[in-house]
Ligand binder design. Structure first.
Ligand SMILES: Nc1ncnc2c1ncn2[C@@H]1O[C@H](COP(=O)(O)OP(=O)(O)O)[C@@H](O)[C@H]1O
Ligand SMILES: [Mg+2]
Length: 350
């Protein structure tokens, strides 16, 4: 049931406001691409354009290479799911899921038989006869997903579908999406402002900011090799260390950090993830940088330790954040060492 989806130079204006600016992006068949961005960055607008609910001001939408820009929503064969389930309150669960098939002219019995299969898939087989008002929020979202899948869409378009669920239910939905990806291999565009959700569910993340795609890359790469400080921040990266690249390494108060061979020489920002930095002790063999703890912020199983590094001659002081397990016995004012554990540095030229 899956197809590839491409946006080609999509731009959109509402009145004089430029909401999308030259978006080019391909979602390969059976993959899941997350559109990650802050509220107002244009995510829902792009999804509505994919669904055929909105005509772009410029550009084209392609499904399996075919231009569908002029095709209306009914004929796009996309399955949609939103933050709210939008079930028909007067129809039973099974008839909500059977609705599209009924509209397409199937008999009631056939439409219901097929709907029950999709309810099984979302683990709600027992709830077929209930009314939407008799479901929990998580169950309603499962019905909405079954309804979207029952249309046998070529593309599944999900607009923040889990953001109103509590954390536990959200985790259950992530498991469900995993199992549906295994079984049906749908092509998915997931809109979210939650970078953790994007990282869990998607193969690649496209970071959207003020209507532009700043970077589109596989999940691990976009975390460790952000194209810009803006992407680093949107992905929760806390560190930007100014320095100079020469002779294969970045030189800064963090020390001499080897960088990929094709890194341009000259001034550059090193962006090590807080998870990749480690605290070192005085008797540690690793060649770490030295500094002073400025903050220790526990957050349950982890803590964030901020250390102001001692600048070398001609360098400005810089503070880095290090994520550690548990709560370290450190206080502001304590001396600390910092090292980048076994990772090649990532630098964006300044
Ligand atoms: N129907 C509309 N008319 C006018 N402006 C709109 C409309 N829909 C969205 N916008 C504006 O477009 C921008 C992007 O909105 P949206 O795509 O909903 O962002 P997101 O989903 O990333 O939060 C916002 O500034 C929003 O106010
Ligand atoms: Mg939105």
């Amino acid at each position: 049931m899956s197809s590839s989806l491409s946006f080609e130079s999509i731009s959109h204006r509402f009145g004089t406001e430029q909401v999308l600016d030259d978006i080019t992006l391909t979602v390969p068949e059976s993959s899941c691409v997350a559109l990650l961005g802050a509220s107002g960055s244009g995510k829902s607008t792009l999804l509505r354009i994919a669904a055929g609910l909105l005509d772009p001001s410029a550009g084209a939408v392609l499904i399996d290479g075919e231009d569908v820009t002029a095709l209306d929503a009914e004929h796009r064969e996309s399955g949609l799911m939103f933050q709210r389930p939008l079930l028909f309150p007067h129809l039973s669960v099974v008839d909500n899921v059977a609705f599209a098939a009924r509209m397409a002219g199937r008999t009631k019995a056939e439409a219901r038989r097929q709907a029950r299969e999709y309810l099984e898939l979302v683990q709600l087989g027992e709830y077929a006869r209930r009314m939407p008002g008799e479901l929990s929020g998580g169950q309603e979202q499962r019905v909405a997903l079954a309804r979207a899948l029952a249309r046998q869409p070529r593309i599944l378009l999900l607009d923040e579908p889990f953001s109103s669920l509590d954390l536990r239910l959200r985790e259950d939905m992530y498991d469900l999406i995993d199992s549906i990806r295994d079984q049906l291999r749908p092509t998915i565009v997931l809109v979210t402002h939650d970078r953790r959700e994007a990282a869990i569910l998607a193969d690649t993340i496209a970071v959207l900011d003020h209507g532009r795609i700043l970077q589109h890359a596989p999940v691990a790469r976009i975390h460790h090799q952000p194209a810009s400080p803006a992407v680093n921040r949107i992905l929760g990266g806390l560190n930007e260390v100014p320095g100079v690249v020469r002779a294969g390494a970045h030189h800064s108060p963090l020390g001499r950090i080897p960088v990929p061979q094709d890194t341009p020489e000259g001034p550059g920002l090193l962006m090590p993830r807080q998870e990749s930095l480690q605290l070192t002790t005085d008797d540690d063999a690793r060649p770490g940088a030295r500094g002073t703890v400025t903050q220790v912020r526990p957050s349950g199983a982890h803590s964030l330790v901020r250390v102001e590094l001692e600048p070398g001659p001609g360098e400005a002081p810089v503070t880095v954040a290090i994520e550690v397990t548990g709560t370290p016995a450190l206080r502001p004012g304590d001396a600390a060492g910092v090292a980048l554990g076994g990772v090649v540095g990532w630098v964006v030229p300044l």
